[in-house]
Design a protein around this ligand. Structure first.
Ligand code: ZN
Length: 280
């Protein structure tokens, strides 16, 4: 499967898509404030368009933006609507079997669903009830699951895309649609983290180098200064060149969730930091 074939498959199955950077081009094709295509080293993952509004279910539009050039395909998670207005939730396992192990740790069996294999593990696509508001926080899964979740305004790289290692993202079974998210998983994601994980965990995993001290700064917050620290860290992060904006916001949101800020609070603070930078 090529990225274009993947995009057309996704469109046929109702998943809105958009073009992303492909590791085969000389420079990153990604956009975003704070993202420098010339120095970007996290290749093959960055959106080429403001994807939260510029995603599409139109074959022709995708043909013209991907066809004939090297582009990966992104899935606009927040743009997907399932049965009864269900929202898409993608569980991103950083190693094969990570979500299976997490299910077992919670006393359940993994619910098979639409799966895309990735360079490191797999993406599992689930439908979550329309009434739930999930973000990218792991809730009670934190520390018990090697991976991330994407919902709301998140995105994932779709099947047919090429990872920087050359691995192609593949549909495990093109006949398998997304299942309804199992109750245990939904409850775990909606729960507050039981115990804050050691501060080293999120910084060690996938934080870009220069962002790590800022993430640590947020993780060391006490309840009275969480927002101030997050604001300060976000301002510094957005001042640094070469940090792709999606990574900045994601890493800081994760750190904020760790210290108990709600996603809404954290987003507001990070957005304020963004704006202050723009007017400086
Ligand atoms: Zn990039």
């Amino acid at each position: 499967m090529t990225p274009l074939e993947g995009a057309l498959w996704l469109i046929r199955h109702g998943f809105p898509v958009f073009p992303c950077d492909h590791p085969g081009t000389e420079r990153c094709s990604g956009i975003g404030r704070g993202h420098d295509p010339a120095t970007c080293t996290d290749r093959g993952k960055h959106p080429c368009v403001p994807f939260t509004r510029a995603h599409t279910l139109d074959n022709d539009q995708m043909q013209s933006s991907i066809g004939g050039r090297l582009r990966n395909v992104g899935v606009a998670v927040g743009g997907c609507a399932g049965p009864d207005g269900a929202r898409l939730l993608v569980v991103d396992s950083d190693r094969p079997g990570a979500i299976e192990d997490a299910a077992e740790a919670f006393g359940h069996r993994h619910t098979p669903t639409m799966r895309v294999t990735t360079a490191k593990g797999h993406h599992d696509y689930y439908w979550a009830p329309a009434s739930t508001r999930l973000g990218n926080g792991l809730g009670a899964l934190r520390g018990k699951f090697d991976g991330d979740v994407r919902s709301g305004n998140g995105y994932v790289i779709g099947p047919g895309s090429v990872h920087a290692t050359g691995v192609v993202y593949e549909l495990a079974d093109p006949e398998q649609p997304p299942a309804v998210v199992p109750a245990w998983l939904l409850a775990a994601l909606l729960a507050a983290p039981a115990h804050p994980a050691p501060a080293a965990a999120p910084t060690a995993r996938k934080t870009p180098g220069r962002l790590a001290p800022l993430v640590r700064f947020v993780l060391e917050s006490q309840s009275g200064d969480r927002n101030n620290r997050l604001y300060w860290a976000a301002c510094r992060a957005f001042e640094q060149d070469g940090n792709p904006a999606p990574n900045v916001a994601g890493a800081l949101l994760d750190a904020a969730a760790h210290v108990g800020l709600t996603e809404a609070e954290a987003r507001q603070t990070i957005t304020s930091a963004y704006r202050s930078r723009a007017t400086r």
